[in-house]
Design a protein around this ligand. Structure first.
Ligand SMILES: Cc1cc2nc3c(=O)[nH]c(=O)nc-3n(C[C@H](O)[C@H](O)[C@H](O)COP(=O)(O)OP(=O)(O)OC[C@H]3O[C@@H](n4cnc5c(N)ncnc54)[C@H](O)[C@@H]3O)c2cc1C
Length: 230
């Protein structure tokens, strides 16, 4: 990923610290959003700042989040207050020769915007489908859909992704030149998110095999724009 060619969409999402790590290309930002599983939603309510981890899905140019209609977070955010959403993919631990230059390899996105509630029934159902399919592609068609009561109990919010920045660190440590002579091991411990074989619910009737999207679940590397699971 590189930032050549794309411009930041606004001053407040322009990366100033380590600008060489900035990425503003829409496709690159969307690829990070598509690979991630959780976001952190930041907002201020009644003078108190909060950062809440939650599931999300990208649907075109918007991020969808959902939760209990009775919950504090979504009710606070639904009122049209400014929010900030971050998504972080951790790719490695960077072990430098000095404590100071230790780092991480990562791909992260910061989005700022305003959330609006999706109230129309079909749009809300489609958003719920997007959320399920973002996490486990192929799952929605296999499950019972939401009942009217479940739909009422769930609030779905939409946040535009237009005002966003990505920051990407790759590669080995960047030590101070004089430290390269030290005999301390230095390098990168790569990290990936790995799915293990699915474990059947103890209450599952005998003879129901796990679907392929569960058996072969994985998140695809950024760049493909979609995650796989089939
Ligand atoms: C896994 C991980 C670990 C990190 N560890 C550290 C750490 O230990 N110490 C540290 O100082 N920083 C760390 N960072 C970087 C950190 O996220 C900030 O980029 C950095 O602290 C500079 O913040 P700033 O507000 O001063 O940057 P500025 O460049 O002034 O921020 C301006 C704008 O750039 C955008 N922006 C800033 N950071 C990011 C980002 N990470 N992703 C996307 N857009 C961004 C936002 O829109 C922000 O408003 C880490 C990042 C990740 C993903």
């Amino acid at each position: 990923m590189e930032s050549a060619g794309a411009r930041p969409p606004s001053a407040r999402v322009t990366i100033k610290r380590m600008p060489e790590r900035a990425v503003y290309e829409r496709a690159a930002i969307d690829a990070i959003l598509d690979e991630g599983l959780i976001c952190h939603l930041g907002f201020v309510t009644e003078g108190q700042p909060w950062v809440i981890p939650t599931i999300y899905a990208r649907d075109g140019g918007r991020l969808l989040i959902h939760g209990s209609a009775a919950g504090r977070t979504l009710r606070a955010v639904q009122g049209g207050i400014p929010v900030c959403v971050t998504v972080t993919l951790l790719d490695g631990l960077v072990l430098a020769r000095s404590a100071y230059h230790h780092s991480m390899n990562y791909r992260s996105v910061v989005i700022v915007g305003t959330a609006t509630e999706i109230v129309e029934r079909e749009a809300k159902l489609a958003a719920m489908r997007s959320l399920v399919e973002h996490v486990v592609p192929g799952r929605w068609n296999d499950v019972r859909g939401p009942s009217e009561q479940e739909l009422r109990a769930t609030m779905v919010l939409s946040i535009p992704t237009a005002e966003a920045s990505a920051k990407v660190r790759v590669g080995p440590p960047g030590d101070a030149e004089e430290d390269y002579a030290l005999e301390t091991w230095a390098g990168v411990i790569p990290l990936t998110l790995e799915a293990h074989p699915p474990m059947a619910d103890p209450r599952l009737p005998a003879g129901i095999a796990p679907p392929n999207y569960a058996r072969f679940y994985r998140r695809v590397p950024a760049g493909n724009g979609k995650q796989a699971g089939r």
